[in-house]
Design a protein around this ligand. Structure first.
Ligand code: HXC
Ligand code: NAP
Length: 284
C-alpha cells in the first residue's frame, strides 16, 4: 500500500520512537524516514537496534540513530534526549510505542508480573513524556507526542489487566497534557490500533496453540487484521504539521473491532439469510 503524505512531509523533523527496532515502531519509523524525517530508535537490545538502523537507512536513505534505552530508567531517557540533540540539533516529536504484555488470568499474576508491564507501559511513557516535555518547555520549542494505546484503554479487558490499566493511564496522560501543555505549543495525541500482526504481540498474546484456536480477524467487521502501512500513514500524519490542529485525540484504527464487540446485537451477524427470510415472512 502506498504512503499517503507528500514527499518531504516530515523533512527536517527529528522523531524519537521508543521500541523502534521491531514491529509497529519499526514500520512507522520506516515511513517517517521516507517522508524525510531523522529518526532516533530506542529499546533495550543494542543488536536489534543496530540491525534495524542499518536496514532502514539503506532502504530509505534517511538517517537513523540507534540508542539503547530502557524506558524504566529516567537517566537513560535523559541520555537519549541529550544525544539526539547533539546529533540532530533538536527533537520535534516523540512516539511512545515501547510496551510489554502477556496474557494471564489475573489471579495467577504475581505483583512482580503486574509491575513489569506497568513499569514499561505506563511509567516508561510518563518518564519519556516528562523528560522530553521539560526539555521542550525550557528551550521554548514546540513539540509533538504520539502515544500508542489500545481500544481496551477505555473498555478494559480481562486477561491483560496490567496492560489495560497502563494503557488507560497513558490515554489519561495524553488527554491531560494536550490541555495543560498546549500553552507551550506541545500537542499530545494517541492511536488505538486493533490487531496488527507483529512477532512481539502474536508470540505473547496468542502463544502456543492459541494462534490456531483464535483468529483475530473473526472479531473484526472488516474480517481482516491491519496492515502496517495503514498504521504508518496515520502515525506520520499525526506527527506532521498537517495535523497541527488535532490535539488530545485518540484515533482508533481497528476495522470496527471494539464497537462490534460492544454492540448488544452484533451476534445477529450469525443469523443466515434464510432465517431472516422466515422472520420476515412471520412478521408479515
Ligand atoms: C504470567 C508472567 C508471564 C506470563 C512473565 N511473567 N511472563 N506471568 N504469564 N506469560 C512474570 C514472571 O513469572 C515474573 O514474576 C515477572 O512476570 C517478570 O518476569 P521476567 O522473567 O522478569 O519477565 P520476562 O518474561 O523476561 O519479560 C516480560 C516482558 C517481556 C518484559 C513483558 O515479554 C518483554 O520483554 N516484552 C516486550 C515486548 C512485548 O511484550 N511486546 C508485545 C506488546 S503487544 P515472578 O513473580 O515469577 O518473579 C501489545 C498489544 C496490545 O501490547 C493489544 C493487542 C490488540
Ligand atoms: P513489539 O515488536 O514487541 O514492540 C515492543 C517494543 O518495545 C520492542 O521493540 C521492545 O524492544 C520495546 N520495549 C519493551 N520493553 C522495553 C523497555 N523496558 N524499554 C525500552 N523498550 C522496550 O510489539 P508491537 O506489536 O510492535 O507493539 C508496539 C506497540 O503497539 C505497543 O505499544 C503495543 O502495545 C501497541 N499495540 C500493538 C498491537 C498489535 O496488534 N501489534 C495492537 C494494539 C497496540 P526491546 O525488547 O529491545 O526492549
Amino acid at each position: 500500500m502506498e504512503g499517503m503524505l507528500k514527499d518531504g512531509a516530515l523533512k527536517n523533523k527529528t522523531i524519537i520512537i521508543t521500541g523502534g527496532g521491531t514491529g509497529l515502531g519499526r514500520s512507522m519509523g520506516k515511513y517517517m524516514l521516507e517522508l524525510g524525517a531523522n529518526l532516533v530508535i530506542t529499546s533495550r537490545k543494542e543488536e536489534v537496534l543496530q540491525k534495524t538502523a542499518e536496514e532502514l537507512s539503506k532502504q530509505t536513505g534517511g538517517q537513523v540513530l540507534p540508542i539503547v534505552c530502557d524506558v524504566r530508567k529516567y537517566e537513560q531517557i535523559q541520555n537519549v534526549i541529550d544525544t539526539s540533540e547533539k546529533y540532530f540539533g533538536q527533537i520535534d516529536g516523540v512516539l511512545n510505542n515501547a510496551a510489554g504484555n502477556f496474557i494471564s488470568p489475573t489471579e495467577r499474576l504475581s505483583h512482580r508480573a503486574f509491575d513489569i508491564v506497568v513499569d514499561i507501559v505506563l511509567k516508561g511513557t510518563y518518564y519519556f513524556t516528562l523528560a522530553a516535555g521539560k526539555n521542550w518547555i525550557t528551550k521554548k520549542q514546540k513539540g509533538n507526542f504520539l502515544n500508542i494505546v489500545t481500544t481496551y484503554a477505555w473498555t478494559g479487558s480481562g486477561y491483560v489487566v496490567p496492560s489495560a490499566c497502563s494503557k488507560a493511564g497513558v490515554l489519561a496522560l495524553t488527554r491531560s497534557l494536550a490541555v495543560e501543555w498546549a500553552k507551550y505549543n506541545i500537542r499530545s495525541n494517541a492511536i488505538a490500533p486493533g490487531p496488527f500482526p507483529t512477532e512481539g504481540a502474536w508470540s505473547r498474546l496468542l502463544p502456543g496453540d492459541l494462534v490456531k484456536k483464535f483468529d483475530p480477524a473473526e472479531r473484526i467487521p472488516l474480517k481482516r487484521v491491519g496492515e502496517h502501512s495503514e498504521l504508518a500513514n496515520l502515525a506520520a500524519y499525526l506527527m506532521s504539521d498537517y495535523s497541527g490542529y488535532i490535539n488530545g485525540e485518540v484515533i482508533t484504527i481497528d476495522g470496527g473491532e471494539w464497537l462490534r464487540n460492544g454492540g448488544e446485537f452484533s451476534h445477529l451477524e450469525h443469523i443466515p439469510e434464510q432465517m431472516w427470510d422466515e422472520l420476515e415472512k412471520n412478521r408479515k
